[in-house]
Design a protein around this ligand. Structure first.
Ligand SMILES: Nc1ncnc2c1ncn2[C@@H]1O[C@H](COP(=O)(O)OP(=O)(O)OP(=O)(O)O)[C@@H](O)[C@H]1O
Length: 227
């Protein structure tokens, strides 16, 4: 997937939230685990071009977010745990179409892409439904639908199942892991979900402390949690 960081630091306010982060990973799915406040979300936002780095070198899909942020945002979709932050249009179909606004498609192409995406995420019957009246699980599916309709090369999902019941969490996970040609960076406290990834990275106190097979990294993390 080509995520490369060399001694990257991120300072927010007067805090070094990420320190000395180095990583070179080329995997389809990458899990990011670690305790609360360890820097996982900041790392996810950094990869998505939503937070700048203060020092070091960084490339995502071969692009440096510092000077190719626009292109990165076109090729990468970021999904957060709170879908309300991403839902902007009054109806479900309009909200999905809004995600395509920058792609300069013809209106019939937009309609077609939206219809296919709604079908894929089981939202067709809700196309004209007010988006803010959806249940939490439906809203998260809508946020994912809005992310995937753009056919991103990389999906960065930060706690995408945090507020969902088991059935909806399973649905969301199935969409994230289904191989549709996209890569996935998944930040999650759900270690069963993290275990499904090809590679895992562990954060502690703003540092990336381990990278490897999820089973080994999660065992290391669980041992640390028991201390
Ligand atoms: N804008 C900011 N200004 C100052 N400090 C910040 C800012 N954003 C995050 N932090 C701090 O950076 C640290 C890492 O935060 P981050 O949200 O990346 O952690 P996290 O591992 O995702 O945590 P959680 O598992 O609780 O979501 C925390 O101590 C947080 O308070």
């Amino acid at each position: 997937m080509s995520i490369r960081l060399n001694d990257v630091w991120v300072r927010l306010g007067d805090v070094d939230v990420l320190r000395e982060v180095s990583l070179d990973v080329d995997a389809r799915t990458v899990a990011v685990v670690g305790e609360n406040g360890s820097g996982k979300s900041t790392f996810a936002r950094l990869l998505g071009g939503l937070v700048g780095h203060t020092a070091g070198e960084l490339s995502v899909l071969g692009l440096n977010p510092a000077n190719r942020a626009g292109e990165l945002r076109r090729r990468v979709a970021v999904v957060f745990s709170n879908p309300d932050a991403q839902i902007v249009m009054p109806t479900v179909a309009e909200d999905v179409a809004f995600s395509l606004r920058a792609d300069r498609l013809r209106s019939d192409e937009i309609r077609e892409r939206v219809a296919v995406a709604l079908e894929r995420f089981g939202l067709t019957a809700l196309a004209d439904h007010p988006s803010h009246d959806l249940s939490g699980g439906q809203k998260q599916l809508l946020a994912l639908c809005g992310a995937f309709v753009r056919e991103p090369e990389l999906v960065i999902a930060d706690e995408p199942t945090a507020y969902l019941d088991a059935r909806n969490a399973g649905r969301v996970a199935d969409h994230l892991f289904k191989d549709t040609g996209h890569r996935l960076v998944l930040v999650s406290h759900d270690l069963a979900l993290a275990r499904r990834c090809d590679v895992a990275v562990l954060f502690a106190e703003g540092r990336l402390t381990a990278v490897g097979k999820p089973a080994a990294i999660i065992a290391e993390y669980e041992a640390k949690l028991r201390c």
